[in-house]
Design a protein around this ligand. Structure first.
Ligand SMILES: Cc1ncc(COP(=O)(O)O)c(C=O)c1O
Length: 444
């Protein structure tokens, strides 16, 4: 569509868009104007089914009045107050509420909460906490962080250093890090339903990197329990358990980046609960406020938190924080979000919807260009064979086709990723799969 002929469009000149081919987009924009429940409405009034919970964040669906009311109330009561050497009750209330959700159960003691403004900030915060903790317990040589190929941990300098997506890394300087191999293996695990059977041995990469660098140089290892942004990589059976055992053996902290998996995505409140593996730190954002107000949170174990609560009582224990850490309006949105999750059982709803979602997705096997289908909880991926010499263009064309026909999906390279709101019903699953199936038949 030539947008110059449309009257309902804003000027495209000034907004430098993130992770977007700006010139291509602005020549033919896709603009969303409003949203309710499972649907967006675009600026031309077309309904678009949300197959991606916005960007993995609108877990309770769109337009939640309870969140809007809480935000409005808070804005009118206390719009902003600092949290550096000052406080306001609602940030403490939200932290207490999150602490009571106890990822991994009360015995995991993952209930000390550091607020941030986004997933990227949560990641950089967790990396700094890990390094500071090691130093505080007399392990000051531990400054290296281990990440993984294909990992996505946001766009801070820490996050790109431990991340494993080359385009995000190649031109920027980085902090000391090394990487385990990724676990995506279409040859052995193609079309797996749920956890893929092969690849547990890849966790031994952590042992190999310990032998290469020396445990005394490694502060932490960070992984997404299930990585989303790289195109949905689901951990092989037993893999996370093995990472926990190796990290513990060498005094390396384990960080789960749950920015995507946190708050019900796998049919459990956190991936920690799904896998029964307890890390030392968890990073979250996105579903924390249903995407309504930017906010992130790092859950730290009491061991890590208490390890830093030393020294003179008038000394700041961690030289780190953001103007918006514990922002009152974001806290209000977060509390309202948790109330919705609790009252509607959304943090475990994915468990019931996972099976119909899985079966519907796998019915696309045999459609044109489909190289793999994989899924866990309410996350799914359809990987396409790339066009010769033009990787990524086929999935992009499917994305555009789906959008024109009323479905929002997400593509990374030639992988279609799905992560619908947790309020999804079977009829929505059917629409998603049928629109993708039609697009696959149309796209060359
Ligand atoms: C696992 C993971 N970590 C971190 C981030 C970064 O979050 P943000 O975009 O809020 O900075 C993302 C975003 O998709 C993510 O998926």
């Amino acid at each position: 569509m030539d947008h110059s002929s449309r009257s309902n469009l804003p000027s495209m000149e000034n907004f430098w868009m993130p992770f977007t081919a700006n010139r291509q987009f602005k020549a033919s924009p896709r603009l969303l104007a409003s949203a309710e429940g499972m649907y967006y409405t675009d600026v031309d009034g077309n309904q678009v089914l949300d197959g991606t919970a916005g960007l993995w964040c609108v877990n309770a669906g769109h337009g939640r009045k309870r969140i809007a009311d809480a935000v409005e109330r808070q804005l009118r009561t206390l719009d902003f107050a600092p949290t550096f050497q000052m406080g306001h009750p609602i940030a403490f209330d939200f932290a207490e509420k999150l602490g009571k959700m106890s990822p991994g159960g009360p015995s995991a003691q993952l209930d000390r909460v550091f607020f941030t403004g986004s997933g990227s900030e949560s990641v950089d915060t967790a990396l700094k906490i890990a390094i500071a903790y090691q130093r505080a317990i007399g392990q000051g040589t531990r400054t290296r962080i281990i990440g993984r190929e294909k990992g996505y941990h946001g766009v801070g300098f820490g996050g790109i250093s431990v991340g494993g997506l080359v385009n995000n890394r190649r031109i920027f300087p980085q902090i000391p890090a090394d990487h385990m191999r990724h676990t995506l293996d279409l040859e052995r695990n193609g079309f797996s339903k749920g956890l893929p059977p092969h690849g547990l041995e890849l966790a031994e990469d952590l042992e190999r990197l310990v032998q290469l660098h020396g445990a005394e140089t490694i502060a932490a290892v960070i992984v997404e329990p299930l990585s989303g942004s790289a195109g949905v990589v689901i951990p092989p059976k037993g893999y996370l358990e093995r990472l926990r055992a190796i990290s513990e053996k060498y005094g390396i902290l384990l960080i789960f980046d749950e920015v995507i998996t946190g708050f019900g995505r796998l049919g459990t409140p956190f991936a920690v609960d799904y896998f029964g593996v307890v890390p030392d730190l968890i990073t979250t954002a996105k579903g924390l406020t249903n995407g309504a107000i930017p906010m992130g949170a790092v859950f730290a174990s009491r061991k890590v938190h208490d390890g830093l609560m030393h020294g003179p009582e008038n000394a700041i224990e961690l030289f780190h924080g953001y103007t918006y850490s514990g922002h009152p309006v974001a806290s209000a949105a977060g509390i309202a979000t948790m109330e919705i999750y609790e009252e509607e059982g959304l943090l475990t709803r994915g468990a019931a919807m996972a099976e119909p979602f899985q079966e519907a997705l796998h019915s696309l096997k045999g459609h044109p260009h489909v190289a793999d289908i994989r899924n866990l909880g309410l996350v799914g991926a359809i990987e396409l064979t790339p066009r010769d010499g033009a990787p990524g263009t086929r999935a992009y064309d499917v994305f555009v086709d789906c959008f024109k026909n009323g479905l929002l999906i997400r593509v990374t390279g030639d992988i279609i990723a799905l992560s619908p709101p947790l309020i999804i019903e079977k009829e929505h699953i059917e629409i998603i799969v049928s629109k993708i199936g039609d697009a696959l038949k149309r796209v060359a």
